[in-house]
Design a protein around this ligand. Structure first.
Ligand code: ZN
Length: 230
């Protein structure tokens, strides 16, 4: 069996996890280098993730550690929040060098679904001792973005009708998704600016990045790709 094969079964036949005695069934991009058993692989990814956010990387030269974490209920955001909480509670390893604020984002236009998500976000946030706000992506349509307005149960509640009209005016799901994606960028950036936070932690994965890049080219907007974060 070719030891360079990316097939986990093939790797396991000949190699052992570099951290313990179990068979090595998982590897990074280059399986000729280290292979890991499943638990050690997860540990390795977590360590790499934490060190990539260390003071020599993102937060170098005494940069502010205030960071806005966008939580949209996706698997990526659940992983990011899990990593954050785990690190803040970890007393044995180096903590993430972050002073977090969480922006819980609602995207649905269905009232029942919005209430369901709102309740879920309230439950999650009360279990954490991290500052947070809840916003609907519709808040990106507000003319004067105002964080001090606490009359709404979430930021952007007053723009829901406009947001629904905007989406229903789009004829294709590609256009709808692109508008949603752009508005998510707008609301996240506006919230960060209004809160005086310089860094934003997005829950997107490499797959999202690749998908969006391909979509950019297919929409004939490749040239503007560099101006977007996702
Ligand atoms: Zn192992």
């Amino acid at each position: 069996m070719d030891p360079r094969s990316l097939d986990p079964e093939a790797v396991s036949l000949s190699r052992q996890c570099v951290k313990c005695d179990a068979p090595g069934i998982l590897a990074g991009a280059d399986s000729r280098k280290a292979v890991y058993c499943a638990p050690c692989f997860v540990q390795m990814v977590k360590h790499k993730f934490r060190s990539s956010l260390g003071k020599r990387r993102i937060y170098k030269d005494g940069a502010s550690k205030e960071t806005l974490l966008l939580f949209d209920g996706s698997l990526g955001s659940a992983f990011a929040l899990g990593q954050l909480v785990e690190s803040l509670e970890d007393t044995q390893h180096r903590k993430l060098m972050i002073e977090p604020t969480i922006l819980f984002l609602i995207v649905s236009t269905n009232t029942a679904r919005i209430n369901e998500v709102l309740k879920r976000y309230m439950d999650i946030s009360t279990s954490l001792s991290i500052p947070f706000r809840i916003a609907h992506v519709a808040a990106a349509l507000q003319k004067n973005f105002d964080l001090s307005d606490v009359t709404q149960s979430f930021i952007g509640e007053d723009q829901l009708d406009r947001y629904s009209q905007l989406l229903s005016s789009m004829r294709t799901s590609t256009a709808k998704n692109e508008v949603k994606r752009l508005l998510i960028e707008v609301i996240t950036a506006r919230f960060a600016i209004a809160s005086g936070i310089e860094k934003i932690w997005l829950p997107s994965t490499g797959d999202d990045l690749a998908r969006n890049t391909i979509q950019f080219f297919s929409l004939g907007r490749g040239k503007s790709r560099q101006f977007f974060s996702l």
